[in-house]
Write a protein that binds this ligand. Structure first.
Ligand code: AHM
Ligand code: MG
Length: 293
């Protein structure tokens, strides 16, 4: 429901004056766009009205929020309601990412952190693009649905998605090249080397994790958001961006790494913790890990 509502808001954004910034800055220092705020409300309201959610943690909230007792259940949901929202002004792809944790006595909420004693029950993302694509796993394979605008329903269009082990697409922000360490520069330079085949890797980058990621499971390759010299560039969050995407990727036979270890093995220490992310095809991610070793 939340994704359908956000899809409609995104598509009508220029008409309803929902482009541009809202005026506030979120806890991570990013300007909140109008649609960041509205999408966060939409997601939170849907989760609250489900009667099943106990705690929600969002990119747009400083701390985890407990759902009022009269409405609450005990699932824990983490989400980024509108990923890549800077793209909205130009009508370029954005997405929503969410992860649902099972109820667990070890789930604690304090002022600034959430301790998760269990793994994901379900994870999904929705991409708002030329089609609205909803990708979901409940821990047994990955399924893709397309929103049929004629009927307002998500229709199963890709069953049991499997990620190619190799692929020649790379999605990195090339503008940050000079901020990267030498091992990573060497890796990227080698991707661009045509070699004996005469075919270098192809670059794809639109500045939305969901949009950039969605390419690679189809064709194989690697998405990377490294830790740069400018620490402000370490912007992908473990809890509601890197971990959910890694869970999906593993369900589809791929790999998610911070360059040295599996993303899903990292213990979260704070809600908005950032980690480097290298994700998608197993052999491409392992090749990168060798360069960084
Ligand atoms: P957001 O969640 O605040 O919208 O930003 C996260 C986005 C990612 O989706 C994307 O991969 C990254 O920011 C792009 O950043 P950059 O423009 O620095 O490459
Ligand atoms: Mg985001």
């Amino acid at each position: 429901m939340a994704c359908k509502q956000i899809a409609a808001l995104v598509q009508r954004a220029p008409i309803s004056n929902l482009t541009g910034i809202q005026g506030a800055v979120n806890v991570q220092g990013a300007d909140q766009k109008k649609l960041d705020v509205v999408s966060n409300e939409v997601f939170s309201n849907c989760l609250r009205s489900s009667g099943r959610t106990g705690i929600i943690a969002s990119e747009e909230e400083d701390v985890p929020v407990a759902v009022e007792e009269s409405y609450s259940g005990n699932y824990i949901v983490v989400f980024d309601p509108l990923d890549g929202s800077s793209n909205i002004n130009a009508a370029v792809s954005t997405g929503s990412i969410f992860g649902i944790y099972s109820p667990n006595d070890e789930c604690l909420v304090s002022d600034n952190d959430l301790e998760l004693g269990s793994s994901f029950l379900a994870v999904g993302y929705c991409m708002y693009s030329s089609s609205i694509i909803f990708v979901l796993t409940i821990g047994n394979g990955v399924y893709g649905f397309t929103l049929d605008p004629m009927y307002g329903e998500f229709v199963l269009t890709k069953e049991n998605i499997k990620i190619p082990k190799v692929g020649k697409i790379y999605a990195f922000n090339e503008g940050n090249y000079q901020l990267r360490d030498d091992k990573l520069k060497k890796y990227i330079a080698d991707l661009k080397d045509p070699g004996p085949s005469g075919k270098p890797y192809s670059a794809r980058y639109i500045g939305s994790l969901v949009g950039d990621f969605h390419w690679t499971p189809l064709y194989g390759g690697i998405y990377g958001y490294p830790r740069d010299k400018n620490s402000k560039n370490r912007k992908l969050r473990l809890l509601y961006e890197c971990a959910p995407m890694s869970f999906i990727v593993e369900q589809a036979g791929g790999k998610g790494s911070d360059g040295h270890q599996r993303i899903l093995d990292i213990e979260p220490t704070e809600i908005h913790q950032c980690v480097p992310l290298y994700i998608v095809s197993v052999e491409e991610v392992e090749k990168l890990e060798k360069y960084l070793a």
